[in-house]
Design a protein around this ligand. Sequence first.
Ligand code: SAM
Length: 413
Amino acid sequence: MTSNPYPLGLRLHGRRVVVVGGGAVATRRVPALLDAGADVLLVAPELTPALRARVDAGRLHWVPRRFVPEDLDGAWLVQVAVDDPMAAASVSAVAAERRIFCVRADDRTAATAWTPAVTRHGPVTVAVLGGGDPRRAMTVRDAIRDLLAVRLAPDGVAGRPDASTGTIGGRQAGRVALVGAGPGDPELITVKGWRLLTEADVVVADRLVPGLLLDELRPDVELVDASKIPYGPSRAQEEINQILVDRALAGAFVVRLKGGDPYVFGRGGEELLACAAAGVPVTVVPGVTSSIAAPAAAGIPVTHRGVAHEFTVVSGHLAPDAPASLVRWDALAGLHGTLVILMGLKNLAAITATLIAHGRSPQTPAAVVQEATTGTQRVLRSTLGEVAADLRAADLRPPAVVVVGDVVGALDG
Ligand SMILES: C[S@@+](CC[C@H](N)C(=O)[O-])C[C@H]1O[C@@H](n2cnc3c(N)ncnc32)[C@H](O)[C@@H]1O
């Protein structure tokens, strides 16, 4: 008779777990054990490069030989990740003798514990056992994961784990997350960024964030359109900082949603400092930056073997001769690699002239990518000498990224 398994959440922090085997199965199992804080002892004559990297990083202990019974001294759990059924059976026999639960990759029926298919959503862990059928477990797990990613938070089932972290003046204190929304395609936000967005009470969004992300917010979320805040740019930034701080101090979980990555010409640092000064905790979630994604979307890798060993991202917001400019355009002209210019359309003629005057060849391939990763993306291919004129003729507009360097043609057949 088969009886149902009894589900448990093992708290392995600081507890010895022995993994026998150093191949593909062990490579998949070990990260979750380390994530749980387990003291992992790996017993295997050989390791995969991924496991060896963890050993080299001091994350686990490795004994480079075959299993001996003494390896289980002090162990709470054993994972047998070897193909050889005889070897696996001898490990599980020792484990059974010592009343240590044993997971077996080679034979589930011989195991005394099963590893479930798992999905994690913030502090919530969902573990699915498929009655001995791992495929069934994975199918159910995938369905639950999709449900959690898309619809759990709006119903409040997931709670707001990142939201309330303490009290200020007797009130529940909120917090802020600076989230990179990616370059334009709504699917290019990170999983974590998306999760926090679905948990937000207030979303303060930039002009360049993908509109579709905002479309999916809960109806009760307060949406602040930061691009509509009046006054000049520095005054507007102060206003945004104040909104973040005020809402968080009132107890809200505020997501500051920014185009691309928050720290790439995104003023994320200023917002973090303003929150820190007010005692508001901040989480920063990096985003896919347009400086890499826009070239990629146009078929241009920012580095390519034998073509470019460096790429430099620079703001073209100020003209090269502007007194406030911090960019050494003369030095950039001397580099061989890729130059990616953001916010550079207005000053492109002056920028290209400066680069050429300081030695970069006018024949260097150049491209402009407008509204990258969106349905309205446009790409212009040209040369450093011609790109400013071609840009005017083609009537390209911001937001756009300019790429200069031999990588522009690197993938052309
Ligand atoms: C204020 S900066 C913000 C950059 C952003 N934090 C990032 O990491 O992508 C705005 C500039 O980013 C570039 N940009 C942002 N999104 C873009 C897109 N989808 N296509 C092309 N360029 C984009 C343009 O150069 C634009 O003027």
